[in-house]
Design a protein around this ligand. Structure first.
Ligand code: WQD
Length: 337
């Protein structure tokens, strides 16, 4: 019996695959390499000594997905595959709705055909929108401020409705806060295509000399140092949260929702200064204008994940910076040769 990991060659997917393989689980990856690189499969084997079965397919392709379920004995699915860039989603809304919604709908249709009813879904703290006070709690209402966020709100709703329609389903919605860092080997890590949208890959590309300086998007927020505050979580802690979620899906029916965050807020300047302290690398920055759509402060109430799954973050901000730097300095051009 295998766990199917869609988007398993991506940043979060590959770290989760490593944890599953290290626990002796059989893993099948389906990925179309839209936002990942086939080099990741080699790196996963280098880390674990195992090479998971791999299908280069698009999850919206129903026939391709049916073939995978016919060839393999799938017991559960972790669904990462999806577009995730907020800014890009504003420019290309139809692509985002089609890809993110159809991949989830097609996946559920095929799972149902084969009687596979355990699903862990990659959601996001972005579904808390802009109208709640921190810390964000799972029972808060959801909303969005961009098409990417709406795809997560809509996919959560689709999956909740699937679970209501058939009580045999076990569905775990995981709301990620800000995943950063890399596996301690430095062999896998975050490798955004083009100029990074997110803060930590931008910092590490400045440190490695690929970019000149960090643009701090505003220092006039109502936060301790005026810069944006976020809940950063080490990618390996996040990956371990998926293993716990799979175990939960094995024992519980219905839809379960969990924040995967540390519960701590860190500002942009705190992260930059911590990175410089830990890595001894210079990271020049300039204070610029706010980025539209950003909220001042976002961090999790992570108690439900601990109470229900005995999961909590274990790695520190220093670990996140140290491991990011090991990956970036060992792979200055990411996975590209
Ligand atoms: C973090 C902080 C910025 C870049 C996004 C998505 C979210 C999730 C995680 C998918 C903010 C500031 C950033 C830069 C900066 N992705 N910043 N200069 O926006 O919290 O969350 O990624 O699920 O859905 O919205 O992450 O890393 O972009 O920004 O000052 O060059 O860093 O203003 O305060 P964000 P981020």
């Amino acid at each position: 019996m295998s766990v199917l990991v869609t988007g398993g060659a991506g940043y979060i997917g590959s770290h989760t695959v490593v944890e599953l393989l290290n626990l002796g689980k059989n893993v099948v990856i389906v990925d179309n390499f839209y936002n990942s690189d086939k080099e990741v499969l080699k790196r996963i084997e280098q880390i674990t000594g195992k090479r998971p079965k791999f299908y280069q397919e698009d999850v919206t392709d129903k026939a391709a997905l049916i073939n995978i379920f016919e060839q393999e004995t799938i017991e559960a699915v972790i669904h990462f595959a999806g577009y995730k860039a907020v800014g890009e989603s504003v420019q290309k809304p139809v692509e985002y709705y089609h890809n993110n919604l159809m991949s989830t709908i097609v996946l559920v249709e095929v799972m149902k055909m084969f009687g596979v009813k355990k699903l862990v879904f990659s959601s996001s703290a972005t579904v808390y929108g802009m109208h709640h006070e921190v810390p964000f709690v799972e029972n808060m209402s959801t909303s969005a401020t961009n098409p990417y966020g709406y795809t997560k709100v809509m996919c959560e709703q689709i999956l909740k409705d699937v679970s209501v329609s058939d009580n045999e389903w076990s569905i775990v919605l995981l709301r990620y806060f800000n995943p950063i860092g890399a596996h301690e080997s430095g062999l896998i890590g975050e490798d955004p295509s083009g100029i990074p949208n997110n803060l930590m890959p931008y910092i590490s590309q400045v440190a490695v000399g690929k970019l000149e300086h960090v643009n701090v998007f505003g220092n006039d927020y109502d936060t301790p140092d005026g810069t944006g505050v976020r809940d950063y979580i080490h990618i390996v802690d996040l990956a371990k949260g998926h293993v716990k979620a799979l175990e939960k899906a094995n024992t519980t029916k219905g839809t379960l929702i969990y924040n995967l965050g540390s519960g701590q807020g860190t500002s942009v300047l705190e992260l930059i200064h911590t990175f410089m302290k830990v890595t001894k690398q210079d990271v020049p920055y300039i204070i610029g204008e706010r980025r539209s759509g950003d909220i001042a402060t976002c961090y999790a109430d992570a108690t439900r994940a601990w109470n229900d799954m005995q999961w909590k973050t274990e790695k520190t901000l220093e670990d996140m910076c140290r491991d990011t730097w090991r990956w970036q300095s060992q792979n200055p051009k990411g996975y590209a040769k």
